[in-house]
Ligand binder design. Sequence first.
Ligand SMILES: [Zn+2]
Length: 155
Amino acid sequence: MKSRKAQNNSSRPLASQLMQELLREARLAQKKSHSPYSGFKIGAAVLTDQGDIYSGANVENSSYGATVCAERVAIWSAVTDSLSKTKSKKKFLDVICVVSSSKEAWPPCGMCRQVISEFAHANTLVLTQGLSGKVKSYKFSELFPESFGAEFLKP
Ligand SMILES: [Zn+2]
């Protein structure tokens, strides 16, 4: 789901107001979680280099394996919407924010890290927050060093 355009001046560290906006969007998305099996409600919001915010929630499935994490829901929304804006989808995610209904923040799972790596750059900021309210902040390269990417597919 796309939200409104955010003020993005690409300066680091992330402006507090923008971080609060991303956390708020992630919490709004979290309310839409379909999580009858785990009971854990997760929300995500991503900020693109165009200043757009997209959000998503985890959608569980009775097969368990067909469950999709909130991060991927938000990223796929960003990718498919931006197809109409630009032909290049390379590394256009500047911030990924994940909120959870657990006490402490949950970092993205391995499968999400692989999906994130397709569209994030080494300095993409990953923010996580649980119910304790403490925000953890990582550079994506810290969460997923030596990631596999398209550069390895060249003959
Ligand atoms: Zn995941």
